[in-house]
Design a protein around this ligand. Sequence first.
Ligand code: UD1
Length: 427
Amino acid sequence: MEKYVINGGKRLNGEVSIGGAKNAAVAIIPAVILADSPCRIENVPDISDVALIANILQGLGATIKNINKSSLYIDPTTIFTHIANYEQVKGMRASYYLLGALLGKYGKAEVAMPGGCNFGVRPVDLHIKAFEALGATHTLKNGVIKIKADKLVGGKIYLDVVSVGATMNAMLAAVKAEGYTEIENAAKEPHIVDLANFLNSMGANIKGAGTDTIKIRGVRSLKGTTYSIIPDQIEAGTYMVAAAATGGNVVVNNVIPRHLEVITAKLQEMGVSVEEYDEAVRVISDGKLKKCTIKTMPHPGFPTDMQPQFAAMLTIANGISVIHENVWENRFQYVSELARLGAKISVEGKVAFIEGVDHLEAAPVKATDLRAGAAMLIAGLCAKGTTEIENIGYVERGYENIVEKLRGLGADITKKRTMTTTQVVIA
Ligand code: UD1
């Protein structure tokens, strides 16, 4: 077991470089299954979720090699099975992309229902609905989804709720289906566009990614390609908020500023200066933050994956801020942890009210999920004293070298090994 130990109260200063987008990587890596020859994927983030999805693909028989720190060679031609069992997929939400990719390639997939971050019910009904619109049938037994189609034929897919996962899975299954597919009410996140660009670079014919309607003409085969994943919008946003909350001055490099507009606008509303460059943003804050209202929405609205980090910052903003969580049912589990640091937050259903306090005081806390863990880091960086954060495995699912990157900005943070009760007894 490991934990982060932070001596808070230091303003962040300097430059930080952002890695590839987690939510694009966890879809693009399984999408390689659809190719008939090897792919080279670049700007792959060095995070445990990527290691997990790569392991799962290896379990199916794919040959994977690290070309360098951020590039993977993936040969799907050695895959010998369409079955991913629970042992392989547990703890990996994104393993549901195996359903679309294996179905699209082999006309069949057997994937155990995955785990992953634990906020709210995370259904896959829309994913299944999309596969069925292309002619597939499914069974769900003993926690395993089996899906098959004698032949996938293009069709109209209407997504009742805007869903990133269902949109990506529909694209994966439709890309080689016979004829024309239209996905209506599609998600528009940058990683949806990235997956479409990747599939197109393999020879797919996808238009409209990034709009409500995605149009796909099925192709017979897809070939290997070299592709570089977009920068991670949420990792970038997290450093922007950390800079703003600590009264810092930080240049966030290797970003697409357009993908950060909604985060930038909210920071500016709070009195933080954000300068945009071609591939960087600079955040300058004097630490005097104004309250704000946040309503999470699918892209281009405010991303739910930035909600906990903003909440951590708003605990020390002037006035009462309000957060409406409109995407997930249960994404305020971190509130009691922030309260341990002296934050004043109350939650009524999908709305959190945050009354800014003068400062936070250090305490032991834990990450309750990935972005909640990022929120604890931001709170710990601001708090007076030494904050210890447990359950950091969540954080490392989605943030590469976070200790090194924060130390590079002047934070006093270390990662320490803790002994479990059993280890203490044995010792
Ligand atoms: C992805 C991200 C996650 C992010 C979320 C929203 C990955 C692995 N995860 O999750 O980090 O928080 O997008 O940006 O990329 N829904 C249904 N039926 C379905 C699928 C979803 O009702 O079949 C609902 C969900 O309950 C939720 C909403 O749709 O209320 C959005 O979910 P979705 O966009 O699918 O999130 P994920 O793709 O799981």
